[in-house]
Design a protein around this ligand. Structure first.
Ligand code: FO1
Length: 342
């Protein structure tokens, strides 16, 4: 697909390039700050997987459930008040499973209610619907008030090269993202990340980025949550052409990831696990980096990397902090005359 840079943007519109948990919390703050009709989330699908024959889109579901007020607040994924009887029942088949069979996996927890979402998505994909159409249907079913758009309708799978048995010399092996993140509990060293599949940015996602007055890169892992979108043809060029309107929120605060293995992964893949490392990754495509007050001593290095800094509390411990973070973020780039909730 040829992606043209924007000539006309929609005043007040905000597109948030999103991973999972961090992005979902940021979006909830943004909905508290501005009219939800202005917001579109373009969501990572590199984490998507197929298990039990079911198509699972974890980041889309995390955002849907969070914005519907149905997320489990402790885990940050899956539904609150969930039950796990289907997962437990799978145990019956483990003893009869032939060697080499991957049937009845129990390492990836699908709750009884959550399963309904994967049943629906899978059935609709089998009927020929696109992930974009299905995401819109699921969004409506959950009354989510913003537009939700998967980054692509094609398969784009994040593949992580991990080092097994590092103490015994180490063997490199490629695994799927969920294998790395859930089955291996992201506790193994990583030597590389790549994105498999011949995926294109969806037309809806392209329009959302082209027409947005403000583009926010959510506080998500820059390598495995934002990286898949950036790997799609033409996306970096499009973001570069909109650079003055692009603001990134750092997912690293005080040298640690807000959630997940981003800090360790940055280090293992040759990046500095600080806001400076984040600035160097995003400087080509974003003009502003939002950082926490704990990181103000890095401002000089961030500016040297080519980004302007906005300093505001970034650990979204309460809805009010998330709202203020969202407000500071959107005010940091042009189009800030649009109304907000103070
Ligand atoms: N994360 C886990 O750590 N363990 C799980 O068993 C697990 C199951 C799961 C099921 C559905 C879903 O939508 C998400 C799920 N996640 C689980 C979260 C997910 O693996 C990650 O948070 C994201 O892929 C990273 O953004």
């Amino acid at each position: 697909m040829t992606i043209h840079s924007a000539s006309h943007t929609k005043p007040g519109s905000i597109t948030v390039i999103s991973g999972g948990v961090g992005a979902a919390r940021f979006l909830r703050g943004l909905i508290d700050a501005v009219d939800a009709a202005r917001i579109t989330a373009v969501v990572n699908t590199g984490d998507d997987t197929v298990l039990h024959g079911l198509s699972i889109s974890p980041d889309l579901d995390t955002i849907t459930y969070t914005l519907a007020g149905a997320i489990d607040p402790e885990r940050g994924w899956g539904l609150v008040d969930e039950t796990w009887r289907s997962m437990e029942a799978l145990g019956r088949y483990v003893s009869v499973r032939p060697d080499g069979s991957s049937a009845a996996p129990q390492w990836f927890n699908l709750g009884d209610q959550d399963l309904a979402t994967h049943f629906y998505r899978t059935a609709r994909l089998d009927e020929g619907a696109t992930l974009t159409q299905i995401t819109e249907e699921i969004r409506r079913a959950w009354d989510v008030p913003i537009c939700l758009v998967p980054m692509s309708d094609d398969r784009c799978s994040t593949i992580v090269s991990v080092i097994e048995d590092p103490d015994a010399g180490g063997t490199e092996r490629d695994v799927s993202f969920q294998d790395y993140f859930v089955r291996l509990r992201h506790s193994v060293p990583v030597s590389g990340v790549r994105f498999d599949g011949d995926a294109a940015l969806s037309a809806t996602a392209a329009t959302a980025i082209q027409s947005a007055a403000t583009i926010v890169i959510a506080p998500s892992n820059p390598l495995v949550s934002i990286g898949p979108l950036r790997s799609l043809g033409g996306v970096d060029e499009l973001l570069m052409s909109r650079r003055d309107d692009v603001v990134a929120v750092s997912p690293i605060v005080g040298g640690a990831a807000l959630k997940g293995p981003a800090d360790r992964m940055l280090l293992e893949l040759g990046h500095e696990p600080t806001v400076v490392g984040i600035a160097r990754i995003y400087a080509p495509i974003a003009s502003v980096l939002v950082i926490d007050p704990i990181d103000t001593h890095h401002i000089g290095e961030i500016e040297a990397a080519g980004m302007r800094c906005v300093v505001t509390p970034s650990v979204m411990a309460t809805p009010e902090i998330a709202r203020q973070l969202a407000l500071s973020t959107i005010r940091s780039v042009a189009d800030s005359h649009q109304p907000v909730r103070e």
